[in-house]
Design a protein around this ligand. Structure first.
Ligand code: FAD
Ligand code: FES
Ligand code: FES
Length: 1321
């Protein structure tokens, strides 16, 4: 049953226990505000609020939850509130929705409903939250566009102390300090926004009928069933035990965060499920004399609150274990998962990377079990964790509660973990450690150490611990213990998860940390007795991560001459901002189903290079709901499309060339049926040689037509004292909205409508027309908005659309195709990995005289855009520097991986990093700071690029200077050096990089754009243009343009979306120029209209647009105009290496400071300052959004985003659990962004500059800051020689580069003696 605002769940007889809340909301109830982003609890796009009433405590509990993992059967008696329920534009928007929109916290808007619901739920529980609670609440929500800063700023307005960083580190907060003595800094937007007040009394009440039901209803087991599955929800302990006795194999589903993903991703099927509901015995909290007993049914969030409370109340010596548990509970998953997952489920599922089990295992905890046969207690120890039959639960037993004893005097417990990302990421290695001395003498009486992430279960170093009992707590003991533990907790070279040497190092690094921690406490209690710990080493113990953020933004000032109603230059909110926040914005998959619609899913290759011997479709075809399965044979002569020079085949014919290669397409009545059938398609392969994955091996197997680029050939006589190379990994687009489309045959004249999430509707139109053998005028492609694209929604989207359209046409029925996250990551490819080789000749003062470069990119199986990427990389590789002699060559290498494609920055983030790495190495050779060498080689005011295009680099120098000043670079450099002198295990690094990003597409035709503007007789205006709204706010800017040109308020102008029907032959939206080019076309159309109407307006200057439009109509003057822009002039002669490929340059600079933990490889971005030259900004809020969003995406690229492939070419990283994009915890603690004052620009739109891509590269300031910190560590450890670090600079690489006695102690495997889990590509 459903009311508009809230959903209440009563008993429903015919619910399918396999249905999760998310598809139920989206498909059945047509509430599409809640989004699908991953389906596995990892992204937060599907966040809803769950409320339950407890008739015993009489309290209502509201908590956030991931709808994708909630079986609807588990929601009996609960109220579910979705984003639609809390506010809408039809009624009243909620303050959360309003503020996130007004503070520019939405770009593509796909993550926004989830963000809104996380904050809404927080506010229901804490109307005036602290910043800590805020970051906690958002920890489980990912956003790929904004970089989080504006979202945090929006939420801060609810905090009591908003506007301040609340940092009490060093006793001063950002406001006290006055940001670096730059008083002209404005905070937030220049116009202080007015917000609706938050009034908790206005919120929806908990439905009284559910309360009455909970109070009154007789308590008995409910059962739901389908043909495949039975679901039992017992409400008393007795019934639960009965059921478990009857169905011993049935899982006891609590939060479903362990069972759910297994069912979904691993194909596990449970015919019977037992899901206890509100059984009081499972949520007991008993404070006994020897410790706490916690009910197995308590959620991890509840456990966290209980422990936080206990820790406050009891003396520290009793709560050692609770403190350690709390530490891990803070970072374990996100708030949604912590609120769903139960303590019992966590313990019983015994994940190898469980965060709590290694701790509980060292704490003498016991488990209270119950079955029909009676009570039993078993220890939570290694045997239990490794599922030894005689130490495990019996199948019919239930875990009731867990006893966690208090710690004793002279007992210490610590928790350690290192993950790829600080929060909401499974640990790479974690550990629980406990020592008990019994008395002051410092002799070890008991010692327990256990590790997670090392083997298939939690591993205890039992023997090692046993062997050091009786010894003193000193360095000798530590040394022995390290050797023993390494021996006992051994890890084969081929261990799943890879990073083997890193894991081995962490095992003993954690032990060392524990040693230091305990030593320090012992020293405090008795400084005479215990060896003193030098201050220099104490830093090993401090936590890196601060959760307080502060930011300042500096916009450009509006010129005094500008008309007050002219919106250009103002920070106007994204046109769809509010609709993003209310869930009303419609994305492709939110479109209602068309009658008789079918769903299409792909079967993809599991082999990287193989011959297809046979495909057996018979079983799949016989499955219920299956309509058709198409292979290459069905598509026969339309199974390919020629793109540039290479023909792309859609479905594999006789061979496959990568894992994820599309082989067949299954068409069924529903998504579930299509997916089930796809699993039954049987393909027999025969592997082929060679299997090529990496660039290195490939150096000899280059793409046909590889590129050679000579800029200056007088290099032969040069001497190159620096020669090196750097490898840079790829990147997954991870747009929050996966590839989606709906193809609808119109049933008349063979017309077909394609609704698709793409950046390139014209291409989709062409490829569909070609596949259906239709003229383009029969195929119409429509895009309202795209939930993030970043380059990934053009060419692969076309291939998928071709097959989907073929299916739709063949069956004359609408077909929907939406990729799951895992499929999307597997199939679509991403940014090109690069190998860069460099040679540099230079003077002692750092002047680089000659540079010889080679770029190799990993193109994947097909050429696609790879050569353009190489080309752009070559043209942009000089970044901000003048190299008097330069040769640069590039090759795209064909490999057995999915074809890599366009990605924000298009080759520049790779090429730029290679150049900067070379500079850093030259600086090291010269004994200078990299910044010095950067400065000395920077372009002069009037200069020439290697391809002889004139540039005026005045603004480059200005950005550099301002960034130096704003970041107080010199002062902070000194502070950083001092810090590094004083700290051995923590190091800081500071780095500043300049940016020159050339903008232009290399050809005039690629830059043409068109628009269509209609004026209706009521005076309202409709604008269409060829650009795609993918979060960058192009539609908002276009309305600003129309408003300025037609001199009418923005509210009078509407824009619906993009369609090949209104603007034909539009170019792809990308390359930073969407607003530039289309804006000029819109401007042109408006000017045409205005010119036509001028005589009418001047005759009646006081008239309204309605009057003028009517007059024009009466006088037969057309009120519709096409606008056109031919594209910037552009040419490039590759033979001569000369030309004018770009229209203008975006300049900027970024300075970042990081701190690293040399023992774990952890890093924290402490502060980033960015200065950008944007010409005259059309909308500074949107522009800053692009800068910071791109910066964070770049930071992810260069630090934590790591794709892993098996030696057989299988992608391991297929979702947010394995692939880590930056989350809220990765935001710099301080972020300051400043735009240069307006500067005039030749012939761009109102002198503006396109900013979509350039900021990505600035993320490398973080890379080089880490480099700087690692260098400091190495210098101190006496390691000389060039430091070459590859990208991404993950915790693994940081740790392993900070070589020390621990990295020396670990065993290393001979290369070739084992098969590694992953290979570098
Ligand atoms: C996105 C995501 C991120 C995560 N991140 C982390 C992380 O960072 N660190 C970490 O440690 N973990 C993490 N996890 C794992 C999470 O902690 C576990 O999935 C969770 O604790 C399991 O609890 P549950 O109640 O959902 O279990 P369920 O899935 O409901 O059940 C799990 C198992 O426990 C059994 N069971 C449950 N209760 C009982 C009982 N009372 N008696 C007998 N058997 C019982 C069930 O039979 C079932 O086999 C993450 C999970 C997800 C989905
Ligand atoms: S879709 Fe549910 S968390 Fe990603
Ligand atoms: S706005 Fe957050 S994902 Fe696009």
């Amino acid at each position: 049953t459903m009311s508009v605002s809230q959903m209440l769940f009563y008993s429903k007889k015919n619910v399918d226990p396999e249905t999760m809340l998310l598809p139920y909301l989206r498909r059945k109830l047509r509430l599409t505000g809640t989004k699908y982003g991953c389906g596995g609890g990892g992204c937060g796009a599907c966040t809803v609020m769950i409320s339950r009433y407890n008739p015993i405590t009489k309290r209502i509990r509201h908590h956030p939850a991931n709808a994708c993992l909630i079986p609807i059967c588990s929601l009996y008696g609960a109220a579910v509130t979705t984003v639609e329920g809390i506010g809408s534009t039809h009624t009243r928007i909620h303050p959360v929705q309003e503020r996130i929109a007004k503070c520019h916290g939405t770009q593509c808007g796909f993550c926004t409903p989830g963000m809104v619901m996380s904050i809404y739920t927080l506010l229901r529980n804490h109307p005036e939250p602290t910043l800590d609670q805020l970051t906690d609440a958002l920890g489980g929500n990912l956003c790929r566009c904004t970089g989080y800063r504006p979202i945090i700023d929006a939420c801060k307005t609810f905090c009591k102390t908003s506007g301040c960083c609340q940092s009490k580190e060093n006793g001063i907060c950002c406001l006290d300090q006055g940001i670096n003595g730059l008083p002209e800094f404005e905070e937030g937007s220049e116009v202080k926004e007015e917000f609706l007040p938050l009034d908790p009394t206005q919120e929806l009440i908990f439905p009284p009928e559910l309360m009455i039901m909970a109070e009154k209803q007789p308590q008995r087991t409910r059962m739901f069933g389908s043909e495949r599955m039975a679901w039992f929800s017992p409400v008393t302990l007795k019934e639960l035990l009965e059921l478990k006795f009857k169905y011993p194999q049935a899982p006891v589903v609590m939060g479903n965060t362990s069972v759910g993903p297994e069912v979904k991703f691993k194909g596990v099927f449970h015919p019977v499920v037992i899901s206890p509901d509100r059984i009081e015995e499972l949520s007991v909290v008993i404070h006994a004399s020897n410790g706490l007993t916690l009910g197995a049914g308590l959620s991890l969030a509840q456990v966290k609150d209980i422990l936080a409370d206990v820790v406050q109340k009891l003396p520290e010596e009793k709560t050692q274990m609770y403190r350690a548990l709390l530490k891990h509970l803070r970072t374990l998953a996100g708030s949604q998962i912590r609120n769903m997952a139960s303590l019992g489920g966590h313990i019983i599922s015994r994940h190898p990377d469980s965060d709590l089990n290694p701790l509980l295992a060292v704490g003498n905890c016991t488990l209270n079990l119950l079955s029909k046969e009676g009570k039993r207690q078993i220890p939570l120890d290694e045997q239990f964790l490794s599922k030894c039959p005689n130490a495990d639960l019996k199948p019919q037993e239930i875990l009731i509660s867990v006893n966690i004893p208090y710690s004793r005097k002279w007992e210490f417990v610590s928790a350690f973990r290192q993950a790829q990302r600080q929060e909401n990421a499974l640990p790479i290695v974690n550990s629980g450690m406990r020592v008990f001395f019994g008395e002051e003498d410092g002799i070890i009486r008991e010692l327990s150490i256990s590790y997670g992430g090392i083997g298939p279960t939690t591993i205890c170093a039992k023997d090692s611990c046993q062997k050091v009992i009786g010894r003193h707590w000193n360095e000798e003991m530590l040394d022995t213990a390290c050797r023993l533990v390494l021996n006992e907790v051994s890890l084969p070279g081929s261990a799943p998860g890879g990073k083997v040497e890193f894991k081995r190092t962490l095992i003993i690094s954690f032990l060392f940390k524990f040693y230091l921690e305990v030593s320090q406490i012992l020293k405090k209690t008795n400084s005479v007795h215990y060896p003193s710990l030098a201050d220099k080493y104490a830093s090993a113990l401090e936590d890196l991560h601060s959760r307080h953020h502060c930011s300042t933004l500096k916009y450009q000032k509006i010129g005094p001459k500008q008309h007050p109603e002219d919106p250009v230059g103002h920070p106007i909110m994204h046109l769809s901002g509010v609709k993003h926040a209310t869930g009303e914005a419609i994305y492709c998959d939110d479109m209602p189903p068309v009658d008789q619609e079918l769903f299409l899913t792909f079967v993809t290759s599991s082999r990287a290079h193989a011959k297809i011997l046979s495909i057996d479709l018979s079983e799949a075809l016989s499955m219920p709901g299956v309509v058709d399965i198409m292979t290459a044979e069905h598509l026969s002569d339309v199974n390919s499309f020629c793109f540039f020079t290479e023909t792309e085949t859609f479905l594999a014919t006789d061979k496959v060339f990568c894992v994820g290669h599309l082989v067949c397409a299954v068409l069924a009545d529903s998504e579930v049926q299509a997916k089930r059938a796809a699993k039954r398609v049987k393909i027999v392969y025969q592997d082929l040689e060679p299997l090529i994955l990496t660039i290195e091996v490939m150096s000899s197997m280059l793409m046909p037509g590889y590129y050679l680029f000579f800029l200056n050939t007088s290099l032969t006589f040069m001497y190159f004292p620096v020669t090196g190379e750097i490898h840079m990994g790829g990147q997954e687009h991870f747009y929050m909205e996966t590839q989606s489309m709906l193809v609808v045959p119109k049933g008349e004249d063979q017309e077909i409508d394609v609704y698709v999430s793409t950046q390139f509707p014209k291409y989709i139109q062409d490829i569909v027309a070609s596949t259906l053998k239709l003229p383009a005028n029969k195929v119409m492609c429509h895009v309202r908005r795209v939930g993030g694209a970043f380059g990934g929604k053009a060419f692969k989207t076309g291939t998928i659309a071709a097959v989907t359209a073929f299916a739709a046409n063949k069956h004359g029925r609408a077909v929907r195709c939406v990729l799951e996250r895992g499929e999307d990551m597997l199939i679509t490819g991403g940014r090109h990995p690069y190998l860069g080789k460099y040679k540099a000749g230079f003077m002692n003062d750092g002047r680089i005289l000659a540079l010889d470069m080679e770029h190799y990119s990993n193109a994947g199986t097909s050429l696609e855009e790879s050569l353009f990427v190489i080309e752009m990389g070559l043209l942009k590789m000089d970044n901000a520097y003048k190299f008097p002699n330069l040769r640069c060559q590039g090759w795209a290498c064909r490999t057995n991986l999915p074809s890599n494609t366009a990605f924000r920055g298009f080759g520049f983030p790779q090429a730029g990093l290679i150049t900067e790495s070379c500079i850093v190495e030259v600086a090291a050779k010269c004994g200078l700071s990299p910044e010095k060498v950067r400065m000395i080689n920077m372009y002069k005011e009037i200069d020439q690029t290697p391809y002889k295009q004139e540039i005026n680099a005045k603004n480059l120098a200005q950005c550099w200077r301002e960034c130096m000043a704003m970041s107080s670079y010199s002062e902070r450099k000194v502070v950083v050096e001092k810090f590094n002198m004083e700290n051995y295990w923590k190091k800081k690094g500071l780095s500043m990089v300049p940016l020159k990003f050339p903008v232009g597409l290399g050809s005039r035709a690629a830059g043409q754009a068109a628009a269509l503007v209609h004026i209706y007789l009521d005076g309202s205006v409709l604008v269409t243009h060829g650009g795609i709204e993918m979060g960058q706010g192009v539609h908002t800017k276009m309305i600003q343009v129309a408003s300025r040109e037609l001199r009418m308020p923005m509210s009078n102008v509407h824009l619906r979306g993009t369609s090949t029907e209104t603007v034909p032959n539009a170019n792809v939206s990308g390359g930073s120029v969407v607003a530039d080019l289309n804006g000029l076309a819109v401007k042109n159309a408006c000017q045409t209209l205005l010119k036509r109407l001028e005589p009418i307006i001047s005759k009646n200057p006081k008239g309204t647009w309605k009057d003028w439009a009517q007059t024009a109509f009466n006088e037969s003057i057309s009120l519709s105009a096409v606008g056109y822009f031919r594209g910037y002039e552009s040419d490039m002669n590759w033979e001569k290496g000369e030309g004018h490929p770009f229209e203008y340059f975006v300049y900027g600079a970024a300075c970042s400071e990081v701190e690293i933990d040399c023992l774990t490889g952890d890093h924290k971005n402490i502060r980033t300052d960015i200065v950008m030259d944007v010409g005259c900004s059309i909308n500074p809020a949107l522009d800053i959004g692009q800068i910071e969003g791109a910066f964070i995406q770049g930071m992810g690229l260069y630090t934590i985003e790591e794709l892993n492939y098996s030696p057989q070419g299988v992608l391991h990283t297929r979702g947010p659990d394995q692939y880590k994009i930056p989350a809220i915890c990765d935001m710099p603690t301080q972020l300051h962004i400043s735009l240069l004052p307006p500067s005039q620009n030749s012939n761009t739109l109102y002198s503006s500059k396109g900013l979509g891509e350039s900021g990505v590269f600035l993320g490398c300031s973080v890379f080089f800051a880490i480099h700087d910190a690692v260098s400091a560590a190495r210098r101190e450890r006496g390691l000389r020689g060039p430091l070459r670090l590859n990208s991404p600079l993950t915790p693994e690489k940081i740790r392993m580069a900070c070589e020390d006695k621990f990295t020396k102690m670990i065993p290393r495997d001979e290369p070739g003696s084992y098969v590694p889990w992953n290979v570098p590509i």
